[in-house]
Design a protein around this ligand. Sequence first.
Ligand code: ADP
Length: 325
Amino acid sequence: MRFFTSVHLLLLAYIISALVFWGVSLNKQSKQIYQQDVALLKTEIDSTTQPEMYNSHIATLKEKRHKRTIQYLGEGSTFLVIILIGAAVVYTSFQRRIRLSRQQNNFMLSVTHELKSPIAAMKLNLQTLERHQLNEEKKKQLIDRCISESNRLNDLCNNMLIASQMEGRQYVPAREAIDFTDLVSQSVKDYAGRYHDRFSFYSDVNARLTGDRLLLQMAINNLLENAIKYTPAGTLIDVTLHGKDNIVTLAVADKGPGIPDSEKDKIFNKFYRVGNEETRRTKGTGLGLYLTSKIIKQHNGKITIANNKPVGSVFEITLPILADA
Ligand code: ADP
């Protein structure tokens, strides 16, 4: 990166000095042309006998020289502006590539961890089931944990698969009739079963819409998963559904650390995660919110983040719904 910046600056300095050099040379040349023209004029017109004619020719020659100077300055500054714009474009696109490659690197590190940890947890639970004589209640507990871990793995694989398919425009979203209220309430129920006493749910609308069930399910799960992942154990997550004027608003409000204003837009970028790999306690891929916002936009909706009071964040999704029959 530093090497590129130095080479880039050196090249830019060279091009600008070459431009200045050519500008000065052309100006000198223009002065010489003027002097030669004046000398020629003196051989053709005598300034003492025909002063008026001589002065009028001198004025024309001066005018010509002035026009040449303006032309050199105009073309030189246009070149300079084009060169500076080009340099800025090259520099920013190079920086963007570096940032993306760093994020992709972080993504690979995180994804390996994300894939390995549910697999390791499932293996441990299954080995316990195999090696020990357990009572029914304990067996059920271990099996439930395996199901929960495989759900996590499934969500992660879906996120990665859909992200790459959406990127390559291979995924064609379905257009099916969906009971959105039911979809949200089932997801919350599922999460509440896995994380006891962490979720509250309230709805004042029976929202139906046309869209892709799998995608919307992923978007909802990503918000619920983040609310669990980024908030302290024991704090409540409020999920509400509110309907007004053929618009449904899904709000997921948590009491976690919140998201700084400077990060609010960035967290919807692909692979973006707040902080860096050394300081982060949580693991993730930075794909969840990127996909969620893509899915919501695809359903003609909007996703926003606000600060919860006194602490935490509120993720809000608004979607158009079908009018009641
Ligand atoms: P991941 O969770 O895999 O890192 P996301 O795209 O879901 O990826 O989230 C991007 C980033 O946004 C997270 O790394 C986290 O820093 C921040 N974030 C998301 N949800 C929350 C939340 N509810 N509270 C605080 N920070 C959050």
